[in-house]
Design a binder for this molecule. Structure first.
Ligand code: COI
Length: 356
């Protein structure tokens, strides 16, 4: 079942990167799954005894119907990206942060996690084995999806006896339709994404299916996504289904503080540091929905969305348009500052980039 990596990789090397990626319209390439050559798989037990990991051809998993992940949602995932530079090297952005977030999330979901070195090594191996799928420089990235799931069988409610750590990749372009163009958001006032004491602050798979209903309804009405409010007072902005949110007022940047219900986004953290280094005042604090509506500029951040400007927010019958619907200056500046570091174009003064 498992093909020796070198034989397969040698065969693949006969296809140049350019051949693989030819015909893809990168300027209109979205965030769809495009299967690649290899994935990484490593199994372990509940005590954290991990077997040797291996690269296997990308394909389906065989899994028990009573696997913990299928029955009780025991799983966490990560998202990070690799970029091709102009001189054809491959860069990854802050993989250690993803590794640490997985360790933290796994602890919350009663799972053993791979240690930081194992995580980074697995991600590197997977990217290198699928190198021909890393898009041309400036034309998207290779999205990396590490996944940790309870694959051992269990019937009574308890942690699964066995775990699988997986890494797969897919070349991607922009997340929202229309590229770096402002999105239209709707404030959700009935459903909540997370409650205090819940799992909103970790990247568990079980945080994502519940947002599909509201997202689907909003999309049906022409919005790109929804903004969630806090579950206690229904008054403070939390995050969008797939990303964090920032507001700008009089050049001061604010974003909801991390108080357990909001995902600690790595792009969120990077943008805070970048903006401060460029002289902006950045506050992490409760941001009310009224402030969101009164902002000069609003943008979202995430690995998948990068930095995406918000063109309008609708709250009940009220609709606010920011920046006349065009990309705001702060969003544009921070987008460029971040992506030029990620793509190796500007100096990596924060030491965020890891070269493969
Ligand atoms: C990411 O930005 O990497 C995420 O995991 C969000 C996901 C819903 C696409």
């Amino acid at each position: 079942k498992v093909q020796p990596l070198n034989a397969v990789a040698d065969a693949l090397n006969q296809t140049s990167d350019l051949d693989t990626l030819q015909g893809i319209d990168w300027d209109n390439f979205g965030f769809g799954l495009r299967p690649t050559d290899f994935m990484y798989v490593k199994k372990g037990d509940i005590a954290g005894n991990w077997q040797e990991g291996e690269l296997v051809p990308y394909g389906n998993l065989e899994i028990s119907p009573s696997a913990g992940v299928l029955n009780y949602g025991q799983g966490v995932f990560e998202g990070l990206k690799a970029y091709r530079t102009a001189d054809d090297s491959i860069l990854m952005f802050r993989p250690e942060e993803n590794a640490l977030r997985m360790v933290h999330g796994a602890e919350r979901m009663s799972m053993p996690a791979p240690d930081v070195d194992t995580f980074i090594n697995a991600v590197k191996q997977t990217v290198l084995a699928n190198k021909r799928w890393v898009p041309p420089t400036g034309k998207g990235s290779l999205y990396i999806r590490p996944l940790l799931i309870g694959t051992g069988p269990i019937l009574g409610l308890a942690p699964a006896p066995e775990y699988t750590f997986l890494v797969y990749v897919s070349p991607v372009g922009t997340y929202f339709k229309g590229g770096l163009s402002p999105i239209d958001l709707k404030v959700e006032t009935y459903f909540h994404r997370a409650a205090p004491g819940g799992t909103g602050g970790v990247k568990t798979i079980s945080n994502y299916a519940p947002v599909l209903k509201t997202q689907y309804t909003a999309k049906g009405k022409g919005y790109s996504d929804v903004v969630y409010l806090d579950a206690k007072e229904n008054k403070y902005v939390e995050e969008v289904s797939s990303c964090n949110i920032f507001v700008v007022k009089d050049k001061v940047i604010s974003t909801p503080e991390l108080a357990g219900t909001i995902l600690p986004g790595i792009t969120r953290n990077s943008i805070i540091q970048l903006a401060r280094s460029r002289g902006y005042e950045v506050n992490e604090r409760p941001v009310s929905v009224d402030e969101l509506l009164a902002a000069d500029e609003v943008f979202c951040t995430g690995t998948a969305v990068v930095v995406n400007p918000v063109g309008s927010v609708t709250h009940g019958t009220k609709r606010v348009l920011y920046n006349h619907g065009v990309v705001g200056g702060v969003s544009q500046e921070l987008y460029e500052a971040l992506t030029s570091i990620q793509m190796g174009v500007s100096k990596d003064e924060f030491d965020w980039v890891v070269e493969l």
